[in-house]
Design a protein around this ligand. Structure first.
Ligand SMILES: CC(C)(COP(=O)(O)OP(=O)(O)OC[C@H]1O[C@@H](n2cnc3c(N)ncnc32)[C@H](O)[C@@H]1OP(=O)(O)O)[C@@H](O)C(=O)NCCC(=O)NCCS
Length: 145
């Protein structure tokens, strides 16, 4: 894997709204007609946000963690822009979130792996939980993200 030295991956307080929307859109997590300003609440309500920032200051990858801050953390919305995938950025984002969560005392860090991403997360130390099944409440007007 080529080493990317001109992209920094760090814990941030927020992500510029245009970069955030572009990343969500690439992953299929932003629907046309959605209120872009509402996306800020996703970040404001997160325990940790990790961003991959290129040499021009653009956020080209992200991930976030939702947590009680004491015990459990869930990693969400991990995405790297399509043209920058395969360069180790996703690995750096998830590793940073997990390390920072552990540093802050979390003992349970989980996620729901999207189809096809199990090998990606396995390589970072995550394991499927035997007999546990992710479940989702059906909410007619809910956001499918
Ligand atoms: C999943 C995703 C974040 C990976 O980001 P990335 O920057 O391309 O990943 P990396 O370059 O850090 O890859 C790390 C390792 O995982 C592997 N990998 C990456 N994506 C993979 C996938 N979908 N399936 C299997 N292996 C994968 C890489 O080959 C690499 O392996 P190596 O170290 O042996 O070379 C990126 O593909 C993405 O944004 N996908 C769309 C959104 C999405 O599905 N996010 C996950 C939600 S749970």
């Amino acid at each position: 894997m080529p080493e990317v030295t001109n992209v920094r991956v760090e814990i941030v307080d927020g992500i510029p709204v245009a970069d955030h929307i572009a990343l969500l859109r690439e992953a299929g997590w932003f629907r046309d007609g959605e209120d872009p300003s509402a996306m800020r609440r996703l970040l404001d309500g997160s325990f940790l946000i990790a961003a991959a920032i290129d040499s021009q200051g653009r956020t080209i990858g992200m991930g976030r963690m939702i947590s009680d801050g004491a015990s459990d953390g869930y990693i969400q919305d991990v995405v790297v822009q399509a043209s920058s995938r395969g360069l180790g950025l996703g690995r750096r984002i998830v590793s940073l979130l997990a390390a920072e969560g552990r540093r802050r005392g979390l003992g349970w860090i989980g996620l729901v792996a999207a189809p096809g991403t199990v090998p990606f997360y396995r390589a970072l130390g995550f394991e499927p939980m035997p007999d546990h099944v992710p479940m989702l409440l059906k909410i007619p007007d809910g956001n499918p993200r």
